[in-house]
Design a protein around this ligand. Sequence first.
Ligand code: S6P
Ligand code: ZN
Length: 189
Amino acid sequence: MSPFAITLDFQRGVLEPCNNFVQRHLSDMRGMYLDAAATEKATKKGDPLLYEVYQYDIPFETGQLLVVTTVLQSGKVGDEYYMTKGHFHEKEDTAEVYLGLQGRGCLLLETAGGDFEALPVKPGTLTYIPPYWAHRMVNTGEENFVFFGVYPADAGHNYGDIEKTGFAKVLVAKDGQPTLVPNPKRGKR
Ligand code: S6P
Ligand code: ZN
C-alpha cells in the first residue's frame, strides 16, 4: 500500500477522511453503569449519545497500525461519569497509545491478574497501555473529552466480562469531585 496523510482536528476529534465511524448511545451500554434505574430513565428519555469513534481503517494485518479518535461526551449516569465500554485486545499481547487532545479524563487499566491503575489525562498527556491491560476512558470534566489512539491493526477487541461486571473500580462524583470507589459488581464473575 502507499503512504498517506489524513487530517485530525484536535478540538473536535474528527478524522478526515474517515471510513469507520461508530456512535455509542446509553442503550448500547445497558448494564454497564451501576445505577440501573438512572440508566433506564435516561434511555427512555432520549437515549443520550455517549461517545463517537473515528477510525481510519486499513487492512487488519500484522505490522499495520490503526489510528483512531474518540469523542466522549460530558455527563453522568447516576453519579457515574460517562465512560467508554472498555476492552482487552483480542490479541492480548498488543499495546496501545492514547494521547489526550481536549478536556479532562481518566484512563482506567487492569489486568486479568488483578492489577489496577488509574491515570489522569489532559491535553498533551500521552499514556502507554502495555500488552495484557484492559483499558477504559472516563470523562471527568465538563466538556467533551477527546483523545487519539494508535494500536496494531490485528489487535481486535474483547469486551467479554467487562460488559457484565466492569473494572475493579468505578469513577463517581462525590461532593462534586471524581472519586474512585470499589465496584460492587466485582466478585460476581
Ligand atoms: C481501540 C481503542 C479505542 C476504543 C474507543 C472506544 O483499541 O482502544 O479506539 O475502541 O475509545 O472504546 P471501546 O471500549 O468502546 O472500544
Ligand atoms: Zn484498545
